[in-house]
Design a protein around this ligand. Sequence first.
Ligand SMILES: Cc1cc2nc3c(=O)[nH]c(=O)nc-3n(C[C@H](O)[C@H](O)[C@H](O)COP(=O)(O)O)c2cc1C
Length: 340
Amino acid sequence: MSNLGSRKNDHINIVLNEAVEGGVPTFQKYRLPYIALPELDMEKIDLKSKLLDKELSFPFIISSMTGGLERGGTINQNLAIAAQREKVALGLGSMRVIIRYPETLASFQVRHLCPDVPLFANVGIVQLNYGFGLDELEKIVSGVEADGLFLHINHLQEAVQPEGDTNFENLLPKLEKIVSKLSVPIFAKEVGHGIDKKTAQRLKDIGIEYIDVSGTGGCSWAWIEGYRCVDEKISPEENLGYIFRNEGIPTDEALQSCSQVEGLKLIAGGGVRSGLDLAKAITMGAKYGTSAKPFLGPSLESPENVALVIQRYRKELQVAMFSCGAANLKQLQDISCREI
Ligand SMILES: Cc1cc2nc3c(=O)[nH]c(=O)nc-3n(C[C@H](O)[C@H](O)[C@H](O)COP(=O)(O)O)c2cc1C
């Protein structure tokens, strides 16, 4: 197995078996304004949404996780079957590995299993400083017939790894040259430490329209990498990833500040653990929600178990909207969450 493959394997084991969620649970400190008599038929509440001209049963994307190894293939296939059945979008994990090891591409190729929903390729923005350009990104996108490309921004995660790629100089000018040339739209995302308003504005200025803020409150990638980098000479409390585990911008704060940037379509990621969290995120400016960790275990089991998680999120969103009298997503967006 390649180094990248064995790292991905470690990630899966760590996320399944260790405490990896940093920060504080973002959405628990808010409540939706409760309407005692909503005068709505709950079954008629309209949750439907569109992403890149494709219909979604509710505004949800399964967040990028994996690929490039055997278990990655199983995970992506189970996610794809469930995404198609339940009509939600799907992000694949980082595909950097396919450039060096083309034989790993098959583990990402799930388009035939989810022909009708948005499917996203994924790679780290920092790779633009490590030999990747338009050709490599186009190869990644076309290899899986993706509708879009998630570029992840993850300097804290890279900094914690001994083998991390930490040259983040001058990435925006490089990205600017590519954004309009790539055959599909580029979406920017963090991996659990959040996107600030200034970065969101700069991304918008170079032509990025969609941003997944992926803030703190869910998986902390500094912490996850920290588990991989155990050094017997230092105490667990002095582990670099452990020290930085809670750093970043909470998802609520990232949404509220990035929503001040005109024209962006925000995706709420990082600690979105229910449809109720998603509803609150929508009142904070998100157009879509996304989640990774709750899908990992079920994706190793079966498409049915993945579908159960999706159905749970959808039902919770519906009940949340019923509780605050929102008949559709537009009405939910116009509601303000209250801090408890
Ligand atoms: C097992 C696992 C692997 C991940 N791999 C990637 C990846 O390859 N690329 C990426 O952009 N994000 C990756 N992420 C980050 C997620 O997409 C997401 O941004 C982050 O975990 C926060 O969401 P959560 O709190 O719902 O897990 C991964 C997450 C998990 C749980």
